[in-house]
Structures are given as C-alpha cells and as structure tokens.
Design a protein around this ligand. Structure first.
Ligand SMILES: N[C@@H](CCC[C@H](N)C(=O)O)C(=O)O
Length: 277
C-alpha cells in the first residue's frame, strides 16, 4: 500500500546522466532550500538518498531557470554538465519547448533539442591560469606536475592527464592527491584520458568533492578542450566514460555536449529527515 503524501514533506527527483546521479529539487515558485547541511545529509547513501551532485532549480533571472549545484561533501560545484543535461531534458519535456536558457554561477547556458537529443552549450573554456583557477602564473597547457597534465576551467577546475590506458588508472589512489594539490587553490576535478583516434576518447574521472563517478559532463568538455589544444583530436569527439558514451563538439560559441539521461523516480523527504538537519 502506498503511503499518503505527508504534509511538510519536500519532493525531489532522482535522475542520472550516464550513471552520474543526482537529487534534483524544484524550488520554482518558492524559497530555495539547499544548504551545505542538506547536501551532506541527502548525499549520505546510507542515511539519506545518495547522489554525486544535488541540483536545485530556481526561478529564472533573465533566463528560463537558475540552477545551483552541490557536491556530496556539502561543497558548491560551479558547474555540473550532466545535471544540467538532466534538468534541461526534464524542463524541455515539461514545457514542450525546443530550447531554453539556464543561469548558473558560470553564466547563461543554452539547452537545445536537436535530432531528439538535448544538447547543452557549456560555454567557452577558461584557459587563463587565474580563471581556472591555478595558484600562480604557469602555462595551463603544461602544468608543472608529473604526467604533464592540462588545466582547463569550465566554470569549475579540471586537470586532464593523457595516458596510454585509462582503464588501468587507479582512480582512488591518483585522484585525491591531484584534487588537493596546492597548484589548485579551489581544488580540482581530475580526468584521465586515452585518445584512441582524432574523434574518439576514453575518459575516467575523479570528481572534486565527490570522488569516483561514472561520468562527468564538465570533465568531458574540459577533456575535449585539452585534447584539441594539444593537437590530439578534432573539435568533435565521441567520448566513452565508465557510464557510457557522450558526444561533444567545440564550436565558435562554446563546448556543446549531449548524451542519455534518465528520470529514475520522484519521492519526498519526510519532515522528520528535514527536521533533523
Ligand atoms: N558531475 C559533474 C561535475 C560536478 C562538479 C564537480 N564535482 C566540482 O566540484 O567541480 C558534471 O557532470 O559536470
């Protein structure tokens, strides 16, 4: 028997993009509710719901919607490509529109339905050391770290290593040391990319504030940018992540990406859970 909806409960959606999973709270038309404490409690896979990122949809500010992102450790994420794809797919299905605008701390992003797929323009990459940001004026194309990685900002920092075999990388060992390296004053997401051809990349990721995830949209964009700037690929690639395939295209107006999304369920947080925060 289904429980009757409880008064004071907070509805949310669970969605994922290639296994990068999200709790999404729709706060349009009412006060925002997210906080570091809510993100940590909800992100607990044993006592909460569990997610890689929490996203809150708010009323638009010169845009169709505003989106805020949180990591499971309670920190803010300046960008989350896969959550942006999930929310855009949801809102575009709801409104029947073929395009929309999304304001994030990074700026105004665009979502467009093309060939039955939702594409997001994640904007132009940040390539200057102080925009990524790095701790000092070093060449982002050749960061002074073992392995000669590339630094790229997509509204959040990324450190991209090119490796011979991405599958062989011990993410749990390699990721945390780079995430917290002093070269990155706001810490960093870490990508290990194997270029298999001019339009084919295999990539695995360690995410700042979350750890190993099955996919990372902003990380995929940063990886394409790093590969293109190093002359390893063209501007259009298919990328295989642990959770599946994405397609990316670096155009004159920014880095576009697409891939599958899924709405898993809608449920409500109980007043008891919320009251214990
Ligand atoms: N999974 C996301 C990236 C999430 C943000 C990241 N952990 C950060 O703190 O920057 C994506 O799909 O882009």
């Amino acid at each position: 028997m289904r429980d009757a909806p409880t008064q004071g409960a907070l509805p949310f959606m669970k969605m994922h993009g290639l296994g990068n999973d999200f709790v999404i709270i729709d706060s349009r038309g009412r006060k925002a509710v997210t906080s570091p404490a809510l993100a940590r409690a909800l992100g607990d896979r044993h006592r909460g719901v569990g997610f890689d990122q929490l996203a809150e949809i708010r009323d638009g500010e010169g845009s169709d919607i505003v989106l805020d992102f949180w990591n499971s450790d309670g920190s803010r994420a300046g960008a989350c490509g896969n959550a942006t794809r999930c929310v855009a797919a949801h809102v575009l299905a709801e409104t029947g529109a073929s395009e929309m605008t999304i304001r994030t701390t990074r700026g105004l992003l665009r979502g467009v339905v093309d060939g039955g797929q939702v594409w997001i323009n994640m904007g132009q990459p940040q390539r200057a050391w102080d925009e990524i940001p790095l701790a000092g004026d070093v060449d982002p194309l050749h960061l002074p770290l073992p392995g000669d990685p590339v630094g790229v900002g997509m509204g959040n920092p990324h450190c991209v290593f090119f490796v011979d075999d991405a599958g062989a990388v011990d993410l749990a060992k390699a990721g945390p040391a780079i995430e917290t390296d002093p070269l990155f004053p706001q810490a960093t997401n870490v990508e290990f990319a194997q270029v298999r051809g001019p339009g084919d990349i295999r990539m695995r990721v360690w995410e700042r504030g979350t750890g190993i995830t099955l996919a990372c949209g902003s990380g995929a964009c940063a990886t394409l940018v790093a590969a293109r700037l190093r002359g390893l690929t063209g501007p259009h690639v298919r990328m295989e992540l642990d959770g599946g395939w994405m397609e990316l295209d670096w155009r004159d107006d920014g880095v576009w990406m697409t891939g599958p999304t899924a709405h898993v369920f809608t449920a409500s947080l109980t007043p008891d859970f919320l009251g214990a925060l």
